[in-house]
Ligand binder design. Structure first.
Ligand code: GKR
Ligand code: MG
Length: 451
């Protein structure tokens, strides 16, 4: 029978005319996938002025690109959360990684996860990518999938300002040629009313075929956000499930009141209207609505409280939070046991993460609900992968066909995005400063019930 090592030898080295050096039963010293180096590239990509409970996005979002070199000449790629903290954790990981076998990533998983969950996620992804490239298998196949292909995603709708709003363009951190009109990052315009949001939802459906729609709340008055969902339902019809996520910006009494209004709508779930497991449990009990979170259960350590308090029905998985693919696969049976289903959380990301999120949706059997993705907001021409952006058709994305994660880095675009990172001076996410310029007096506190 062909062993993994034998297979690796044939697949990765046969064509290179190199003889693999394996000794049966021993550690594969000098094996074809020994990690020989790690490159970490912090990048900044243009981000339109999307609004949330924490303020306004922009002018850039940060990511870290990981490249893991191996002695077979194969380079595994990964993308993970941005920010200086993660960059530093990744740099520190180099000492742990060099000399290890990429196939044996569980060996250093605990140590790297403890140092930085997002750092670990980037390394694990790069290891799996290298393993896939070495064996000619897609990442999801290495992990027993695909359980489904294509994978469904939801339309992730944000209230927002126009990309060429004067206060947005006046931001001194901007280091690219964006401007007014045709030079604006995008043409969605200002969306800060129920009618304009319903129109944007319809445009998302026309352009990408989405079936499920998530409204990022915690921005306007709660009553206006309820009116927005009603306007969306009127335009989209009852076959399009809706979600609303105020990111814990409401009080329990507000969430209970709005929850009553949500009952007549095709609501799929009520995501984090309030902070904390106790508050979420009170809203769940008081409304009888299905609740979801990416805020009150974000680590395995949060599970004990959740089992006791019953705050949710749906848990949003995330490669960056729960320990990469391995952690999210482990989360699946936990959700089964708790009676929860899984969806997927998203923050701003580029194409390597998009591909990884598709693979995750394809391998976790419990991840039956359409995942979130910020990918439609990624400005055309800025993705860091070669070729066009990955396609969304009928609200679904096909698992990339190539080995490993299935996408390749466009090195010119990565270099440009790194240059932007150096010049813009942004080193961590902070949505407050731009919001205070757009809405002087904005504090970001809890929103009071307006009626
Ligand atoms: O991108 O503004 C945003 C979102 O609010 C994001 O930061 C959240 O983490 O998407 C997220 C969520 O579902 O809470
Ligand atoms: Mg959320």
């Amino acid at each position: 029978m062909l062993t993994r090592r034998g297979w690796l030898g044939i697949a990765a080295l046969g064509s290179l005319g190199v003889r693999p050096r394996f000794t049966e039963g021993s550690e594969p010293a000098g094996s074809p996938l020994t990690i020989t180096g790690l490159t970490v590239t912090p990048i900044a990509l243009p981000d339109p002025p999307l609004l949330n409970a924490g303020g306004c996005h922009g002018p850039y979002f940060l990511r870290n690109v990981v490249e893991l070199k191996t002695d077979a000449g194969i380079v595994g790629i990964g993308e993970t959360a941005g920010g200086e903290g993660t960059t530093l954790a990744l740099e520190k990981a180099r000492g742990v990684l060099v000399g290890q076998n990429a196939f044996g990533y569980r060996r250093f998983a605990r140590e790297l996860f403890a140092a930085s969950p997002a750092g670990y996620a980037g390394i694990e992804l790069a290891c799996l990518d290298a393993c896939g490239r070495a064996t000619g298998r897609r990442l999801c196949e290495l992990l027993g999938g695909p359980a489904r292909d294509p994978v469904e995603f939801s339309a992730y709708l944000f209230y927002r300002y126009a990309a060429d709003h004067p206060a947005v363009l006046a931001d001194e951190r901007i280091k690219d040629g964006r401007g007014r009109g045709a030079k604006a990052l995008d043409d969605w315009g200002e969306v800060r009313s129920p009618e304009t949001m319903a129109a944007m939802a319809e445009r998302f459906r026309k352009q990408w075929g989405f079936r499920v729609f998530k409204l990022k709340g915690g921005v306007l008055a709660p009553g206006q956000e309820l009116e927005t969902l009603k306007a969306m339902a009127a335009v989209l019809g009852r076959d399009c499930p809706l979600r609303i996520d105020p990111n814990g910006r409401w009080k329990v009494e507000t969430a209970l009141r709005i929850g009553q209004g949500l009952k007549g709508l095709p609501l799929e779930y009520y995501e984090d209207p309030v902070r904390g497991q106790e508050g979420m449990a009170a809203v769940r009990q008081g409304t009888g609505l299905a609740m979801s979170t990416n805020m009150c259960v974000t680590r395995f350590a949060d599970l004990a409280g959740a089992f006791r308090l019953h705050p949710i029905d749906v848990l949003l998985g995330d490669l960056h939070y729960f320990g990469g693919f391995a952690g999210n696969l482990a989360l699946g049976p936990v959700c089964d046991a708790a009676g929860w289903t899984m969806s997927q959380h998203s923050n701003n990301h580029a194409g390597v993460t998009m591909a990884a999120m598709i693979h995750l949706g394809a391998v976790v059997p419990q991840l039956t609900m359409a995942g979130d993705t910020h990918y439609p907001w990624l400005v055309e021409g800025t993705d860091i992968i070669e070729g066009p952006k990955l396609a969304i058709e009928g609200g679904r994305m096909a698992v990339p066909k190539g080995p490993g994660v299935g996408v390749t880095l466009d090195r010119d675009r990565v270099a440009r995005a790194h240059e932007t990172y150096v010049q813009c001076g942004m080193r961590r996410r902070d949505d407050g400063p731009l919001m205070r310029k757009l809405e002087p007096g904005w504090t970001g506190g809890l929103i009071q019930c307006s009626s």
